[in-house]
Design a binder for this molecule. Sequence first.
Ligand code: ADP
Ligand code: ADP
Length: 233
Amino acid sequence: EPLIILKDIGRKYVIGTEIIHALKSVSLTINKGEFVALMGPSGSGKSTLMNILGCLDTPSKGEYILNGINVSNMTDNELAEVRNKEIGFVFQTFNLLPRNTALDNVALPLVYAGVNKENRRARASKSLENVGLGNRMDHKPNELSGGQRQRVAVARALINNPSIILADEPTGNLDTKTSIEIMGLIEDIHAKGNTIILVTHEEDIALHAHRIVRMRDGLVENDFANPNIQKVD
Ligand code: ADP
Ligand code: ADP
């Protein structure tokens, strides 16, 4: 069942008289429940593609169909609505609010979704328990380790039951042991049926994914199933 269909997506940036074709032509189909790693050298278009996939940006050409809806030509307000409903983001730098507790950070997307305070607390605490942080709910980010901060970010990404989790270098600021822990958590989330797209520079990290898409110069250079992982459908 296709969740994401990209048809001949292009994205160019015009800077003065210069035109940069960050994405030239990208066509990809990603099914519900896939775990995809997006790789490629710096400047190959990964961030540009993730921004489009996350409805933070729209393509200059081509079509993006997300969950059956053409989001290619939506207004910023329409995109924001799709984003809040469909996308969970996890970043390299965690992007937590420093003055807020873990619980309040996780509950934040529910504020935008108009959920009442009582339900927000109940759902956020459940989400924190699910990532193993039931005993850290009232801690602020600076009272947590890097791995715990990223767990908070994962709990926040999952809180709205999004269709897709987009993770941009989620282990980029973590040591090897903690990276492996976070990848274990992401694998668990995938095993529960979530669709995950992960940008990484590291081959070891990419090998947790079931499919590896490699970009170069704004194009998909190759796209293959991870031979180390048995397909389980
Ligand atoms: P990656 O994430 O793989 O490093 P990017 O998508 O960030 O690649 O960049 C692809 C190309 O587009 C690069 O040449 C980059 O300099 C350019 N680019 C990215 N974002 C912008 C922007 N906002 N304005 C102008 N050029 C950009
Ligand atoms: P990353 O690849 O680690 O996600 P960024 O997305 O910040 O890094 O940037 C990727 C590339 O895009 C870099 O080479 C950067 O110089 C370029 N880039 C990002 N934003 C702009 C911009 N506004 N103008 C020009 N180039 C940009």
